[in-house]
Design a protein around this ligand. Structure first.
Ligand code: GTR
Length: 419
């Protein structure tokens, strides 16, 4: 009898410890690491202090403790335009599908699907994105090449045996305002994230093995996890844009949702060529402040997705207060480039308020550059975007990308990309 009671108690304890906190009054008191206090104790006073000392320190801490360090671009990166037509989207756009080879071999490679508005005569500014289930899911366009990389299965999308096929063409059009983006004069490009690294806990496929030394079979504790690898892939697309004179390489906004929103933030932090960074519902390990432990926690994310971050991040399971950084510092790494953080009211798992706060707490760095701080003292009401160099909105609805989200990103781009 005693034994049964003990087992029951254990089960209840385990269940409770797994439960996420959604109660604001239970958010613990926390002290954030100081943005402007350098490791030697001196304070940042000027942009030069920030750029030459503090920013590199913070970037190095995120590399070592959270996402892992990524390698440089391979010297032998190659590109091949697989297909091109100026008759896409009812003749409004030129579609290009470009294969990027990461070595002298055929594999691994990633395909960039690009739509460029025909009405724009100069190189087009626009959006660089990753997608979850293949380029062919973002539009019904029959010419989009289907990736043969490993995919997560999805019953709703008829994705079985980890293989993408014709049945999933166009299944994600609701998340991609392709025509609207083109009509507004922007380029849209997207890459299947599984081309860069398949999203499961294994480091023997995708991009990682290309960089292993000797008998290495997985990244070291401070080397790139999957998020860093996906971000690295975005940087390789930026390398390609430098070579394509139809694309305005200096006016590219990286946008991503959820795990790919975490990825866009890491890409924006590590690649200064990215003009604007947009994270949509990025949550834990993205924009949300880790120390709040609201919704998904460091422990939960490291347990469910052990391959996303570097192994050093495991030390902070149930130990957020010892992190030498928090996610507001990731937002600060974008400065003075504009950054947009978006949340959804029902996406409490991602801690919408914590996502807002990281933008707010990053403000001092933008102010150092002479910009106004985030233009909201309190977490704003739903569907009331905060416009400024740190943009923010929480919209009604769930964890998703909607027309409303794209409308805000297009406005943000009108303000900061075209000029
Ligand atoms: C969830 C995960 C989140 C978020 C999301 C997604 O299961 O807990 O951190 O990344 O997946 O990417 O859709």
């Amino acid at each position: 009898m005693k034994k049964i009671a003990a087992i029951l108690l254990l089960i209840v304890t385990l269940a409770v410890s797994q439960e996420a906190n959604y109660d604001e009054s239970l958010v613990p008191d926390y002290t954030l690491p100081e943005l402007f206090k350098m490791q030697d104790g001196t304070l940042v006073k000027t942009v030069k202090d920030w750029e030459q000392k503090r920013r590199p320190e913070i970037l190095a801490l995120f590399e070592k403790e959270v996402y892992g360090k990524s390698p440089e671009a391979p010297k032998n990166l190659r590109y091949k335009v697989l297909e091109q037509s100026d008759k896409a989207i009812d003749g409004k756009a030129t579609r290009k599908q470009v294969r990027v080879f990461f070595s002298d071999n055929e594999n691994p490679h990633m395909d960039i699907l690009i739509y460029i508005p025909n009405k724009v005569s100069k190189p087009a500014p626009g959006f660089l994105t990753l997608n979850f289930y293949g380029n062919h899911t973002v539009s019904n366009d029959p010419e989009i090449i289907i990736s043969d990389s490993w995919s997560r299965n999805n019953e709703d999308f008829h994705i079985e045996n980890n293989k993408l096929d014709e049945r999933s063409r166009g299944v994600r059009t609701n998340r991609w305002a392709v025509e609207k983006i083109i009509d507004r004069g922007y380029m849209l490009s997207t890459i299947y994230y599984g081309d860069i690294d398949p999203d499961f806990n294994d480091f023997n496929n995708g991009i990682h093995p290309l960089f292993y030394k000797n008998d290495q079979t997985q990244p070291g504790p401070d080397e790139w996890g999957a998020i860093a690898a996906w971000a690295w892939g975005l940087s390789r697309a930026m390398d390609y844009f430098e070579k394509d004179n139809q694309i305005d390489q200096n006016n590219i906004a990286v946008m991503g949702h959820s795990r790919l929103g975490k990825t866009s933030l890491w890409a924006g932090a590590t690649d200064p060529r990215i003009a604007i960074t947009i994270s949509n519902c990025s949550g834990c390990g993205g924009a949300a402040i880790s120390r709040r432990k609201f919704g998904e926690t460091v422990k939960r994310i490291n347990t469910s997705f052990p391959h996303w971050f570097c192994d050093n991040f495991l030390q902070y399971n149930d130990n957020e207060d010892n992190l030498p950084i928090d996610q507001h510092m990731l937002i600060a790494l974008m400065a003075p480039r504009p950054v947009y953080i978006a949340s959804a009211e029902k996406d409490r798992w991602a801690d919408p308020k914590g996502e807002f706060l990281s933008g707010k707490f990053a403000s001092p760095v933008f102010e150092l550059y002479g910009f106004e701080a985030m233009q909201a003292d309190e977490w704003p009401p739903v569907n009331t975007p905060v416009k400024g160099i740190i943009g923010y909105h929480v919209r009604t609805g769930k964890h998703d990308v909607t027309e409303y989200d794209w409308e805000q990103y297009l406005e943000f781009a009108d303000k900061y990309l075209k000029n």
